[in-house]
Design a protein around this ligand. Structure first.
Ligand SMILES: Cc1cc2nc3c(=O)[nH]c(=O)nc-3n(C[C@H](O)[C@H](O)[C@H](O)COP(=O)(O)OP(=O)(O)OC[C@H]3O[C@@H](n4cnc5c(N)ncnc54)[C@H](O)[C@@H]3O)c2cc1C
Length: 432
C-alpha cells in the first residue's frame, strides 16, 4: 500500500511526538491494533496510533488536523458501524486506567477502559458500576449512548451517574465538561459519540453491590422451521406489565437454533425463549417474583440464584467472543400481542436473535441535569441481531446490509415505536 504524502509525513511526525506505537500497514503489530469485537467490518487506516495517555490523544488530534488527515476513534469495536478507509486510527485500549474513590463512591475511568476494568477496581470496595450484559464493552462508548445496565430499572441510565468528562477537541485541546457546560454535557450523555471529540476520561458514580439474584429461565417453545408456542412470550408481556418492582430488571431473548450436530442436544433444531433476570433483593423475593414464569412450563434451564456482581455473565449468558453481526433496534411503549406471536414463528429472510429488554423504573425518572438519552419514556427496547457473512461485509458492507439486515423482525412492532437507541444500532450499514 502506498501512503498519501500527507499520511506519510503525518506518520513521521507522530512517531516523533507520541509515546504509544505508531504503525503503518507493513509494520508488525499493525493488525493487532485493529482487533475488534465486530468482525463484519475491518478498519483500513493508513496509520494506527495506540495512545498510551491523554497527551498522545491531544497530539494525534492536533497533528492530524494540521495535516488535514481524518481520525477514527477505536476502542473495543462492539459498537462499530463503519470501517475507517485511510487516515489515522486512534486506538484507545491502552488508556484503561481506573481509579476508585470509595468515600465519594466514584470511579475516574480512562477513555479506553472496559466495564470489566471498572468492575475489578470497584469490587474491593463493595461497589459496582452501571455495566451491562458484557464486561468487554467500553465504559465510555457505552455511557455516551445512555447505557442500560444489568440492574437498569433499579439503578437508572449509566449516563445519569456521570459527574464529568475530560474531552479532547478536534484541534487537540483538552477540556473538562460537567453540569456547568450544560449543552455539551447533555450531548455527551445519551445520543452517542459526539463528532470531533475524544473522551479521555470520565468520573462516574458507583453503586453499592448489596444482595443480588441473577440468572435465566430457558424454555423450549418448539421446533425450528415450524410455528413455536407463544405462551412464554405472552407470559413475559403480562408479567412485565403487572407492576414488577423497580429492583427487578429482565430481558426476553427469542432465537431459533439450526439443526447442526455441534450444538448441545437441548438446543439443536429448537426454538428457545430465555428470560434473563437480575434483582436487587433476596432469594425469597426472587423466587416469589418469578413464580408466574416457573408456572408456565418446565424450563430446560433455571439458573436464577444468589450471585455476586462479578458473575454478571450468568444473567444474559451471551458468548463473549468476537463475531460478525448487524444490530437494529426499536424502543416501544407497549408490546403488541400479535407482534409477539410473529416472534414465536421468527422465520424471515435472515436468522435473527431478538432481545426484549424491560425498561421503566429508574430509567423513566427525569435526569438531575438535562441529557440527550433516547428512550426515557419507552417501556421496552427490542434489539434484533443477525449474523453476517464477513467475506461479503468486509469488502461490501452495503451488500451485507441488504443481505442480513434484521429490521424485518422489528416491523410487526413498529406501530408502538417511540424511537431507536443509538447504542444498539451496530454493524455494517449503508451510509445514507
Ligand atoms: C455483545 C454486546 C453487548 C452489549 N450490551 C449492552 C448492554 O448491556 N447495555 C447497553 O447499554 N449497551 C450494550 N451494548 C451496546 C454498546 O454499549 C455500544 O455498542 C457501545 O457503543 C460500545 O462501545 P465500545 O467503546 O465498546 O465500542 P467501539 O465500537 O470501540 O466504540 C463505539 C463508538 O463509540 C466511540 N467511542 C468509544 N470510546 C470513545 C471515547 N473514549 N471517546 C470518543 N468516542 C468513543 C467509537 O469511536 C465508536 O464510534 C452491547 C453491545 C454488544 C455488541
Amino acid at each position: 500500500m502506498t501512503l498519501s504524502n500527507e499520511a506519510s509525513s503525518l506518520a513521521k511526525a507522530l512517531a516523533d511526538a507520541v509515546t504509544g506505537p505508531v504503525l503503518q500497514p507493513e509494520d508488525s503489530g499493525f493488525t493487532e491494533e485493529l482487533a475488534s469485537f465486530q468482525l463484519a467490518l475491518r478498519h483500513q487506516p493508513d496509520v494506527v496510533v495506540g495512545a498510551r495517555d491523554a497527551s498522545d490523544v491531544r497530539t494525534v488530534l492536533r497533528l492530524a488536523g494540521e495535516h488535514g488527515v481524518p481520525v477514527t476513534v477505536h476502542n473495543t469495536g462492539h459498537g462499530m458501524r463503519h470501517a475507517a478507509d485511510g487516515g489515522v486510527l486512534l486506538a484507545l485500549r491502552r488508556l484503561n486506567g481506573v481509579h476508585v474513590d470509595p468515600a465519594a463512591r466514584t470511579a475516574r475511568v480512562q477513555g479506553g477502559a472496559t466495564w470489566r476494568d471498572v468492575m475489578e477496581a470497584a469490587a474491593p470496595h463493595g461497589l459496582i458500576p452501571p455495566s451491562g450484559s458484557m464486561g468487554s464493552v467500553g465504559a465510555v462508548g457505552y455511557t455516551l449512548s445512555g447505557g442500560i445496565s444489568l440492574l437498569a430499572r433499579s439503578d437508572g441510565w449509566a449516563s445519569d451517574l456521570v459527574r464529568s468528562f475530560t474531552v479532547v477537541t478536534e484541534v487537540g485541546v483538552e477540556r473538562e465538561v460537567g453540569p456547568d457546560d450544560a449543552g455539551l454535557f447533555a450531548g455527551l450523555r445519551g445520543s452517542g459519540p459526539v463528532d470531533g471529540l475524544v473522551v479521555t476520561g470520565m468520573t462516574i458514580g458507583l453503586l453499592p453491590e448489596g444482595a443480588l439474584q441473577g440468572g435465566g429461565l430457558t424454555f423450549d417453545i418448539g421446533t425450528t422451521g415450524t410455528d413455536g408456542d407463544p405462551a412464554v412470550l405472552h407470559a413475559f408481556r403480562e408479567w412485565t406489565t403487572a407492576g414488577l418492582p423497580d429492583e427487578l430488571t429482565s430481558t426476553l431473548r427469542v432465537m431459533s437454533f439450526p439443526d447442526l450436530d455441534y450444538l448441545p442436544p437441548k438446543l439443536r433444531g429448537r426454538r428457545i425463549a430465555r428470560i434473563a433476570v437480575a434483582l436487587r433483593g433476596t432469594k425469597e423475593e426472587a423466587d416469589g417474583l418469578v413464580a408466574p414464569l416457573r408456572g408456565i412450563a418446565r424450563p430446560i434451564e433455571d439458573s436464577l440464584a444468589p450471585m455476586r456482581f462479578a458473575d454478571y455473565a450468568r444473567v444474559h449468558a451471551e458468548p463473549d467472543n468476537p463475531g460478525p453481526y448487524i444490530g437494529e433496534n426499536l424502543l416501544v411503549d407497549s408490546l403488541d400481542p400479535t407482534a409477539l406471536e410473529s416472534l414465536a414463528r421468527l422465520t424471515g429472510p435472515t436468522m435473527v436473535i431478538m432481545n426484549i429488554r424491560h425498561l421503566g423504573g429508574a430509567l423513566a425518572r427525569p435526569p438531575a441535569v438535562p441529557d440527550t438519552v433516547v428512550g426515557r419514556d419507552a417501556r421496552y427496547l427490542l434489539a434484533a441481531v443477525a449474523p453476517v457473512d464477513p467475506c461479503v461485509s468486509v469488502s461490501h458492507p452495503a451488500a451485507a446490509w441488504e443481505q442480513s439486515n434484521p429490521g424485518w423482525a422489528l416491523e410487526p412492532f413498529a406501530a408502538a415505536a417511540v424511537g431507536a437507541s443509538p447504542g444498539f444500532t451496530v454493524g455494517p450499514r449503508t451510509r445514507s
